[in-house]
Write a protein that binds this ligand. Sequence first.
Ligand SMILES: [Zn+2]
Length: 233
Amino acid sequence: MQVKKFFSKHQGVVALTSGAAVDFTPVDFDAPLTDLQRSFLYRQTGIDIPQVFWRKQIHGDDILAASGGAASVRGCADADAFITKEKNLPIAIRTADCVPVFILDPVRHAVGLAHAGWKGTAKSIAAKTVQRMEARYGSQPSDLKISLGPCIRQCCYQVGKEFYEHFSAHLHRRDGYIYADMIGANRDQLLQAGVRQENIFDSGICTCCNTTYFSFRREGAKAGRMISLMMLI
Ligand SMILES: [Zn+2]
């Protein structure tokens, strides 16, 4: 819930990453949330959120601009990132180790949210989401406030040699194994896109170390999914 400390309702935005209390693995992306999911989000935000704008995540770099309310999500294409300028339209992704990248433009009043696993990070999805907000909403990267939410970190994220092809600057060797720093990779891409260092907040939470979060690396196929949600209010 560290993200909430960085973004606040005073800024006209709600942002959170859930923990392992409620599983947000979706059954149907077009359907409303379950009562359990809905009541969890109400406890976290004080706002009733019957449905969110989310899609099947395919570890790609497609970005959808959301408008027309959460119900307009029906039939939209698969995507790993969303942007919107519309109030009360909750955009959402699911993660269980991947990096949730929250983007707030407090000047143009727009938000973006990207699912950055290693494949999405290799495709620079966070920076591309910034660029899409710039193109569509006139957002200036130097205005943007970013939060990198709970995800697996270099303490736990042991990877194979194939990562050298994409992340040579963000790999560390320890005891003969290779570990990847996805936070560092996303941070550097965002800096390169023009975001200011002081506007990038890191939750500091490793989902694999911290058992109050779901982790695919720690739990394997039985891992649930956390929701990361962002909404202008
Ligand atoms: Zn860890």
